[in-house]
Design a protein around this ligand. Structure first.
Ligand code: AMP
Length: 445
């Protein structure tokens, strides 16, 4: 296939019916997050490169080798955002949000770009649903964020594990770092090349290494829990107490670390079965020094980012997508009938009904095949002969029966659909509610 019509490697089209799953996930997210007081933020996909170098860290894999960076015509260096937090904080500082509200609860949904090696669950353009709370550092807020995350996965009927750890703070981290460094030095020969470099730059990342040999070596490495200072220990204990209070299942994972110094205290990851090696659906944690690091006020923060592709993969495994059929399929026969069908469809759609309208130039048989394929229960056939009498024929696809129905454009949409579904004009149990009135469910996407 010519390159012209091939999407860029690692960047995918989102097509129906999968797009309906995405819409469903986004609706559930908005619903739940807004109930917790979060407001949406949208930032540009392009930022000045130094924002990420500073906000994510010069020595991270993302900044070292995965960013899509280019020089703009005015020689400035721009980068397609590889994650959302740095941009949110840039906007938070730029628009002085700290002066507007003591606490900002923000969420975002959008594409991120990392030039990683594509594989199942790992793409070069992927999407994240993220949330950030800026302005509070008490354990209650950490627990509230984790509880909301748990509720989100539960609402989607997904079983996941939440791993948590505490990364301490500037007071207790140096001693832990040092103990890891000493531990690593004493086992240098058994560690991989990458870990040698990590040992000097950031010993915490020894625990991150995916090499089975290194994992074996670090299995009995010192754990942060033994090094936490009293305030960090208390903070972490209270977060856990709140989670237990609401029966949120979580696992303590001493290996869970983040590379940068401003990540502190509560750190977490959500893991799901059935995703293969890319099994993390969400990562997050507290970053109390980051706003200041980027030039803003000393405002604490905590947040998470969920990978939407992986989330949708999990939903796919759970239940096949089922799109809802139209409330009515209109089959006009001929040009004049098509004009009337056009008006009927418009009227009913304004009333909230989901209507499928065919072209009047297609034969009845072809139209019926299409109605059947879409799963329509009722088809309104509008023939030229019936037009003058203001009538049509309703075919009940289930009962396989035809009956005449009056079509009166002067009636409100609900009465029109009643007359179509039930020509005797008795309100019937078959009448569907307009779309907006329906309950959302995972099966109906
Ligand atoms: P991170 O920003 O690296 O903490 O990632 C947060 C979440 O985004 C991960 O748990 C994944 O679900 C998702 N994610 C990160 N990188 C990718 C990628 N290259 N492709 C797909 N999803 C990703």
């Amino acid at each position: 296939m010519p390159e012209l019509i091939q999407s860029v490697r690692g960047m995918n089209d989102l097509l129906p019916p999968d797009s309906a799953k995405w819409g469903y996930v986004e609706r559930r997210c908005r619903e739940l997050f807004e109930r917790h007081g979060y407001e949406e933020i949208r930032t540009p996909v392009l930022e000045h490169t130094p924002l990420f170098a500073r906000g994510i860290g010069e020595t991270t894999d993302i900044v070292e080798k995965e960013m899509y960076t280019f020089t703009d015509r005015d020689e400035s260096s721009l980068t397609l955002r590889p994650e959302g937090t740095a941009s949110v904080i840039r906007a938070y500082i730029e628009h002085s949000l700290a002066h507007r509200e003591p606490v900002s609860k923000l969420f975002y949904i959008g594409p991120m770009f990392r030039r990683e090696r594509p594989q199942k669950g790992r793409y070069r353009q992927f999407h994240q649903i993220g949330a950030e709370i800026l302005g509070r550092d008490d354990p209650l807020i950490d627990a509230e964020l984790l509880l909301m995350l748990h509720d989100f996965f539960t609402a989607l009927r997904l079983e996941v594990t939440i791993d948590v750890n505490s990364l301490g703070d500037a007071v207790c981290r140096p001693a832990y770092r040092e103990s890891l460094r000493v531990f690593g030095e004493s086992r240098l020969a058994q560690l991989c090349e990458n870990c040698h470099a990590r040992l000097h730059r950031n010993p915490l990342r020894l625990l991150d290494c995916k090499e089975p040999g290194c994992r074996q070596v670090t299995a009995d490495a010192p754990v942060f829990a033994d090094f936490l200072c009293a305030p960090c220990r208390d903070h972490f204990a209270r977060v856990q107490d709140y989670l237990r209070r609401e029966n949120v299942p979580f696992a303590l994972n001493p290996r869970l670390v983040r590379g940068l110094d401003y990540y502190c205290r509560t750190s977490f990851e959500v893991i799901a079965q059935g995703l293969g090696s890319q099994n993390a659906v969400c990562g997050g944690g507290r970053y109390d020094g980051l706003v200041e690091q980027l030039g803003g006020p000393a405002v604490p923060g905590i947040g998470f980012a969920i990978g939407v592709e992986r989330l949708v993969m999990l939903l796919q495994a759970q239940a096949p997508p089922r799109s809802s059929p139209p409330d009515l399929f209109i089959a006009p026969l001929g040009e004049a009938a098509e004009g009337r069908a056009f008006s009927v469809a418009h009227r009913l759609r304004l009333g909230g009904y989901r209507i499928e309208l065919e072209s009047g130039s297609r034969g009845l048989k072809a139209q019926m095949r299409r109605a059947d394929k879409l799963g329509a229960r009722y088809v309104l056939i509008l023939g030229e002969n019936e037009l003058a009498a203001g009538k049509g024929t309703v075919r009940d696809m289930q009962a396989k029966s035809d009956r005449p129905a009056a079509i009166d454009l002067a009636l409100p949409a609900r009465a029109m659909i009643e007359a179509i579904y039930n020509p005797s004009s008795q309100p019937s149990a078959l009448s569907p509610q307009p779309e907006g009135a329906e309950q959302d469910s995972p099966g109906k996407v």
